[in-house]
Design a binder for this molecule. Structure first.
Ligand code: BV8
Length: 230
């Protein structure tokens, strides 16, 4: 069985990572157009670097939860028949045991050199303009896909959605494109579709099945159910 799982901020919420659009979400405090676009970075690089430095540092204070670990168990069982795509920029899937994670919106723990295009694993700050270890130029930005930028891995994702037997969206409000359209691709390819979310998202009507509840309860239960199928 070929499965594509798409996760959003909701899968990391119970680990203490703020979501974007919930009551205490990130966008409550910051206008995404001020901190998550190339124009914002051009206009005020210090603010944008600080915004991501803070979130990168906060990763050291959170741990993966039962939902992340359940998806790692699913990967152990399905191997390459599972594609885990995440909109999240945290590293909790990897720290929860997943080995193959497609971060379509980039990663907090990566830096992108705008001088030589190199990517580097990065756990420290970027606001102090460190030099690229490749070309030496002080031109590193967060390796994050901002609004108006092309997400990573789109060809692989579309291929996997087309071939999928099952598409599951976990902890996402389904408001950001192109991720919000994945369910339509999966449906067109003949896949079964399921939404697992704290509450029904605006796009819940696009899914054949949906369950509401916290990810740490819904995801382990769903994985055990799937793995128990003949
Ligand atoms: C692009 C990195 C084109 C930054 C992010 C009008 C129509 C269609 C598209 C557009 C449009 N206007 C503008 C666009 C394009 C735009 C877009 O979609 N805008 C939206 C706002 C309308 N999209 C883009 O710009 C994308 N690029 O289109 O490029 C292009 C074409 C050619 C060439 C070049 C370019 C790029 C989008 C990526 C932007 N970057 N992140 C950062 O992280 O700082 S998006 C950001 O939102 C995060 O990645 C986040 O993951 C993503 C989606 O949010 P969610 O993950 O869903 O989080 P949210 O808080 O919204 O929801 C949480 C959910 O969890 C809730 O439903 C809640 O109920 C649930 N939950 C909470 N707790 C729990 C839980 N569930 C379970 N258990 C719990 N405990």
């Amino acid at each position: 069985m070929k499965v594509v799982v798409l996760t959003g901020a909701g899968i990391s919420a119970e680990s203490g990572v703020p979501t974007f659009r919930d009551a205490d979400g990130l966008w409550e405090g910051y206008d995404p157009m001020q901190v998550a676009t190339p124009e914002a970075f051009e206009a005020d690089p210090a603010l944008v670097q600080w915004f991501y430095d803070e979130r990168r540092a906060a990763l050291a204070r959170v741990e993966p939860n039962a939902a992340h670990r359940a998806l790692a168990r699913l990967e152990e069982s399905l191997g390459d028949d599972l594609l885990l795509v995440t909109q999240n920029v945290d590293d909790l899937h990897e720290r929860g045991g997943s080995r193959r994670v497609l971060h379509m919106h980039g990663r907090l723990r990566a830096a992108w050199c705008t001088a030589c295009d190199a990517r580097h694993e990065w756990t420290g700050t970027l606001g102090d303009a460190p030099a690229c270890s490749g070309c030496g130029v002080r031109a590193l930005r967060p390796d994050i896909v901002w609004f108006g930028e092309m997400p990573y891995g789109m060809d692989d994702i579309h291929q996997a959605l087309w071939e999928a037997d099952l598409f599951v969206a976990i902890g996402t409000s389904g408001l950001v494109y192109p991720a919000a359209a994945f369910v339509h691709y999966a449906e067109a390819g003949g896949a079964e579709t399921l939404e697992l979310n704290l509450e029904a998202s605006d796009g819940v009507g696009d899914f054949r099945r949906s369950r509401q509840g916290p990810a740490t309860e819904l995801v382990p239960a769903w994985v055990e159910e799937l793995l128990a199928q003949p």
